[in-house]
Design a protein around this ligand. Structure first.
Ligand SMILES: Cc1cc2nc3c(=O)[nH]c(=O)nc-3n(C[C@H](O)[C@H](O)[C@H](O)COP(=O)(O)O)c2cc1C
Ligand code: SF4
Ligand code: SF4
Length: 382
């Protein structure tokens, strides 16, 4: 690139991150370190629904994980809430699930990094960098964590890639149309229906799989650190209850000091039976023109909305019922022992302290009103 066409890097940068288990946070910190070393004043903050606007002319950078081959909803919400770009430069980095199966396997970000890049471009930001980085997969709902050697392999590679990205942007060059970015863009478009399905159906279902097993001592740490304020301590302050605000970021599951948070597969079967019946009927009605069976038969938008309302209601009601029944210890044990996550190794970025992952500030206020016990900390929990 002609050096004369390179844009000088601004003196200030605002970095917003979303991170369940620390992968995106560590890369955001690595990026911030490279910028600070070149004299850029950096502000790092966790993605929030009402973000502090970046200073005029400052670089805007986003770091977050991929969920369902696309961008997690809190990051899309952040992009919508940010002020107009007015020519501010911006970059977007998504982390994806590095995996090991006899060899290093890359994750698939799909539209995760491209969707915020598009939203920011529409809002008048000059997007100069898009990147997807393989980091250890943290989706413990579906598999155990990688072992320590594979975890450190992905972290080392991820850091190297992020430093190279920062160097490039600091030199005033762009990073947009790489082979990897083009591949993700094509996959993202091809997988758009799957991503939409994840956001509409998968996200609420995965939220309602969470339960606390019999090891839970009601310390409330999971609720305090939830970035979405999605956990309520119910039944006399004793058990965490997961609401539909959960984004399945995996923070609670991996921070719990007693490894008491499970994503219950047996509860999932129950939820699917309750919530899935009309959806299955609708799919059958769409696929088989002669099909007239099933609980909900309307097609088109009204049929979809009716089915969707049923789906959400059935999830919430079945979960609430199961939660009450689980106050009976044998049933809690039955759910806890019929979930694979009981035997899955947990994951969080090595060396990460829970205090680096603060929850929604409302959690602390809510707790201080309802629970007289001192707020648990890492040291109080050992
Ligand atoms: C609910 C959920 C969905 C995920 N979907 C994908 C995916 O579609 N593609 C992918 O490569 N990784 C996927 N992942 C893996 C994470 O994006 C990856 O491990 C990321 O580095 C986690 O970053 P964090 O620790 O900052 O949250 C998913 C993880 C979760 C929890
Ligand atoms: S952090 Fe673990 S032990 Fe503490 S309330 Fe949550 S599930 Fe229970
Ligand atoms: S409830 Fe757990 S998984 Fe869901 S958003 Fe909160 S911390 Fe993340």
């Amino acid at each position: 690139m002609d050096p004369a066409r390179r844009a000088p890097f601004p003196a200030e940068a605002a970095i917003h991150w979303m991170s369940g288990t620390g992968n995106a946070l560590r890369l955001a910190q690595a990026f911030a370190g490279d910028l600070a070393a070149k004299g850029v004043a950096v502000r790092l903050s966790q993605a929030a629904p009402r973000p502090e606007p970046p200073p005029p002319g400052a670089w805007l950078a986003l770091f977050f994980p991929t969920h369902g081959f696309t961008t997690p909803w809190p990051v899309l919400r952040l992009c919508l809430a940010l002020p107009l770009g007015r020519g501010r430069p911006a970059s977007v980095v998504s982390t994806r699930a590095g995996w090991w199966m006899g060899a290093c396997l890359r994750g698939l970000s799909g539209s995760a990094a491209w969707l915020p890049a598009l939203l920011l471009a529409i809002k008048g930001y000059r997007v100069r960098g898009v990147l997807s980085v393989d980091m250890p997969s943290n989706w413990i709902t579906v598999h155990p964590s990688l072992n320590a050697a594979h975890v450190s392999h992905f972290i080392d590679q991820g850091r190297i890639k992020t430093h190279a990205f920062a160097r490039r942007l600091l030199e005033g060059r762009r990073h947009l149309w790489s082979v990897d970015n083009l591949f993700e863009l094509i996959c993202g478009m091809a997988l758009a229906p799957v991503s939409l399905g994840y956001l509409l159906f998968g996200r609420p279902l995965f939220a309602k799989l969470f339960m606390a097993n019999e090891r839970c001592d009601a310390c409330g740490l999971c609720a305090l650190h939830c970035p979405q304020g999605a956990i309520r301590m119910k039944a006399g302050g004793n058990w965490p209850y997961w609401t539909l605000h959960c984004e399945s970021c995996m923070r609670c599951m991996n921070l719990c000091p007693r490894q008491a948070v499970e994503a219950s597969h047996s509860l999932g079967v129950l939820l699917n039976l309750a919530a899935g019946a009309p959806v299955v009927a609708l799919l059958l009605a769409l696929a088989l023109p002669g099909w007239t069976g099933g609980p909900v038969l309307q097609k088109g938008l009204p049929g979809f909305l009716l089915n969707y309302a049923w789906y959400l209601l059935a999830l919430v009601a079945t979960y609430a019922l199961a939660f009450q029944l689980m106050r009976w210890r044998p049933l809690r044990l039955a759910f806890a022992f019929t979930t694979l996550t009981r035997w899955f190794r947990r994951y969080r970025m090595p060396g990460l302290r829970p205090s680096e992952l603060p929850g929604d500030p409302m959690n602390r206020k809510r707790r201080s009103k309802t629970d007289p016990r001192p707020v648990p900390t890492e040291s109080s929990r050992g």
